[in-house]
Design a protein around this ligand. Structure first.
Ligand SMILES: [Zn+2]
Length: 383
């Protein structure tokens, strides 16, 4: 387990890329953003893409934007309309068990003056797939990520909308650029570790047929390009893009944060991030036991990059809180998957807790063998 020399991202996270100086791709991008990147030029490039989209309009919308109503998509939609002059169609994938705050934020966004289509994947299928995905991949939210992204591409494809505007390139934010790439091309969204190409056939399991999984299928990338459709990440072109900026902007435009927000349980960015579903509090804990890093590592790594905190301070906070999840949320998510909490922990111990990174203490609790930020030779652990 090797850490970035600047932030706290470890190489145990899939698709991480480090340069010859041991610095992760997210820190390299953050540094380039401050020093090398000509943001004025990028803005002009984006204006040019917007002009192209207006000229290639097929009699309807200029662009499609996938939205949850959260801080990033609120900023995306208003920026695309007001700064880029685009006629936007918002595309939503309605999550199962949406929170009240999530409902409010979606309503708030539409009321700023947009058309929106909302897709709702069959909850029975989603529930079965989440359970399957926990046992098979140790990642219950994996199936929900497919329609979350795919419906925007499908809607654009079906309605011949020339431009798709995505928000963040996760590679540039987390350093996992081996899958997502480092540029502004948002067709790569399906190439990350979670979606692995975005084929619905991944979920034709347990009697679920492929024809029931249309919302889980990404349109063929080449077909879309042939149809003269482009997809961009706004983050790649817009200097002000950041979690803090987007939250501040969106709150000023009516966004609400979690009412039950407790920074110790959720990490700094969770008040306004992923507020539409409580699974966003559960899955990070599972991820922590698999890779030894989770929301706190990612959130504090961003804060190191922006200069809000130094690496030593961040190490202490991450050590204390990363991977924490309330019993209440574990119970809620187990209930959703229709498994008992005991069964959940039995499977975690058997399959998903990385024994090279974690060990049981005297009280039977799984604790890290490593210290966040300090390189650790997990292969020296005899298990
Ligand atoms: Zn880094």
């Amino acid at each position: 387990m090797k850490y970035c020399m600047k932030c706290l991202m470890p190489d145990t996270r899939p698709d991480m890329e480090f340069n010859e100086n041991g610095i992760c791709a997210a820190c390299v991008f953050a540094e380039q953003s401050r020093t090398e990147i000509d943001w004025e030029q990028k803005k002009e490039e984006l204006q040019e893409i917007a002009r192209w989209a207006r000229e290639n309009n097929n009699g309807g919308y200029d662009c499609a934007i996938g939205v949850s109503g959260g801080k990033d998509s609120t900023f995306q939609a208003l920026y695309a309309r007001d700064e880029l002059g685009l006629n936007c169609l918002l595309v939503n994938c309605y999550p199962d068990g949406i929170t009240e705050v999530g409902k409010h934020n979606l309503e708030n966004l539409v009321n700023h003056g947009f058309d929106m289509v909302s897709w709702r994947p069959n909850p029975k299928i989603m529930r079965a797939l989440m359970r399957f995905s926990f046992y098979e991949y140790g990642n219950p939210v994996k199936p929900s990520e497919y329609p979350l992204f795919a419906v925007t591409y499908q809607t654009a494809f079906a309605h011949r909308i020339p431009l798709i505007i995505q928000g963040e390139n996760p590679g540039l934010t987390l350093g996992s650029t081996k899958g997502y790439g480092k540029n502004g091309n948002a067709f790569n969204i399906a190439m990350g570790n979670t979606l692995r190409g975005g084929n619905a056939s991944d979920w034709a399991v347990d009697g679920i047929e492929l024809k029931q999984l249309l919302l889980y299928q990404f349109p063929d990338k080449e077909e879309m390009e042939k149809s003269n459709i482009r997809a961009v990440y706004l983050q790649f072109y817009v200097k002000e893009w950041s979690p803090d900026h987007n939250a501040e902007f969106s709150v000023a435009h009516g966004l609400l944060g979690r009412k039950d927000y407790d920074w110790r349980r959720m990490g700094k960015y969770s008040r306004y991030g992923s507020v539409d579903s409580d699974f966003q509090l559960f899955n990070p804990m599972i991820k922590y036991y698999k890779f030894g890093e989770s929301n706190w590592t990612e959130c504090y790594s961003k804060m190191i990059r922006s200069g809000e905190i130094n690496r030593m301070e961040a190490m202490a906070a991450v050590r204390k809180w990363d991977g924490y999840c309330d019993e209440e949320h574990i119970k809620k998510c187990c209930d959703y998957m229709e498994i008992s909490v005991d069964e959940f922990w039995r499977v975690m111990e058997k399959k998903w807790i990385n024994k090279k990174l974690f060990k049981k203490d005297e009280s039977g609790k799984w604790v890290p063998r490593f210290t966040p930020g300090v390189d650790f030779d997990e292969n020296s652990v005899g298990i």
